[in-house]
Design a protein around this ligand. Structure first.
Ligand SMILES: C[S@@+](CC[C@H](N)C(=O)[O-])C[C@H]1O[C@@H](n2cnc3c(N)ncnc32)[C@H](O)[C@@H]1O
Ligand code: SF4
Length: 355
């Protein structure tokens, strides 16, 4: 039999060993419970959530690449075109650092071409906001193509001097070579000549080596016009010819700021206009259907606008949910984009231009 003293000494020697043993057991238990707990959590999420199933489905779909994006960063404008489908419903413009953050996200998702539009893109901070974004996209993001669509009335030579080198293409909208027709359409500021501005900007594009493009909206008031001579004179790299489009909530229906029904032409009238101008090789026609689902449009909050239902339904902002989640709600049809010739030589470095 052991004496009380002997038992005391054995217990004293055992206790450090027991302590180590207990600590190791506890550690093993914690690890086991965590592994088990995590797998239990995983199996619950997998089995029960419909949202997760949807997300999983979306993640397994091939990602849409936003190779060419139109960023309408302002809705403000100095013109009053009666058919306008991007009207001044807000005066919001993102702070420039936020706009740059969004552009960087787009670049990381595969954007190669950015087009700045509006509203009138030269209106905000007298073109400085636009100039800084153009420079950022070319210099910092190294985008192959940076372009602008403008009405041309607020472009100044000093802007070309400062930012021209960062710009690939400048498109100026001109729907008629008759000043009265421009006045009727609202494509003018007061009585100032839209056509004088057009000629000035064309010359600056030559001087500062920016590719020059023209956009025309064919509507009731210009559908009979013959523009061949004037377009040939101006010699754009591309002449985009749009069939006037109605968008609910913008230029048609309730809550719209314009009523463009009186500008709308039929498919046949549009075809007749195209046939009359078929000798112009740089002409790119865009019917209503092509326009509705072949553009990636970002509004002033950097939300994609889905035009498939004949209105502009916004996604969440790419600044809040990222590009891949927002783009699922853009209504963008990559096939239609390619069909309408959306991918072309869009970098001035790759163009053989006669400046
Ligand atoms: C909304 S504007 C913004 C840029 C600039 N203010 C301008 O007019 O060029 C962009 C382009 O859309 C065209 N556009 C405007 N309303 C249209 C409509 N209802 N149908 C087809 N194109 C339209 C314009 O002529 C322009 O070429
Ligand atoms: S289409 Fe006319 S009204 Fe609309 S944003 Fe351009 S210039 Fe302004």
């Amino acid at each position: 039999m052991f004496s009380t003293q002997a038992v005391f000494w054995v217990q004293l020697c055992m206790s450090p060993l027991q302590l180590i043993y207990a600590a190791v057991r506890t550690l093993i238990d914690v690890i086991c419970s965590q592994v088990h707990g995590a797998s239990k959590l995983r199996s619950t999420r997998k089995g029960n959530s419909a949202t997760d199933k949807l997300m999983q489905k979306k993640l397994t779909q091939p990602a849409t690449t936003p190779s060419s994006v139109n960023y309408h960063f302002t809705r403000q404008c100095n013109y009053k075109c009666g058919f306008c489908f991007h009207t001044a419903k807000t005066s919001f413009v993102l702070p420039i650092e936020e706009a740059k953050r969004g552009l960087k996200l787009l670049k990381q998702s595969g954007m190669e071409k950015i087009n700045f539009s509006g509203g009138e893109p030269f209106i905000h901070k007298s073109g400085e906001f636009l100039g800084k974004l153009v420079q950022y996209c070319k210099e910092d993001l190294q985008l192959p193509s940076v372009s602008i669509v403008s009405n041309g009335s607020m472009v100044r030579e000093k802007w070309f001097k400062k930012y021209g080198e960062y710009l690939d293409i400048l498109a100026i909208s001109c729907d008629s070579f008759d000043e009265d027709t421009n006045q009727t359409i609202g494509r003018a500021q007061g009585t100032k000549s839209h056509l004088d501005n057009l000629s000035k900007v064309r010359e600056w594009c030559r001087e500062y080596k920016v590719a020059f493009k023209i956009n025309s909206v064919i509507n009731t008031f210009n559908v009979e016009e013959d523009m061949r001579d004037r377009i040939t004179e101006l010699n754009p790299v591309r002449w985009k010819v749009f069939q006037c489009l109605l968008i609910d909530g913008e230029n048609a229906g309730e809550d719209s700021l314009r009523e463009a029904e009186r500008f709308v032409i039929s498919e046949e009238q549009f075809q007749e206009f195209l046939e009359r101008h078929s000798s112009i090789s740089c002409l790119v026609p865009e019917s209503n259907q092509k326009m509705r689902d072949s553009y990636l449009i970002l509004d002033e909050y950097m939300r994609f606008l889905d035009c498939r239902q004949g209105r502009k339904d916004p996604s969440k902002s790419i600044l809040d949910v990222g590009v891949q989640e927002a783009i699922q709600f853009s209504g963008f049809d990559e096939k239609m984009f390619l069909k309408r010739g959306g991918k072309y030589v869009w970098s001035k470095a790759d163009m053989r231009l006669e400046w």
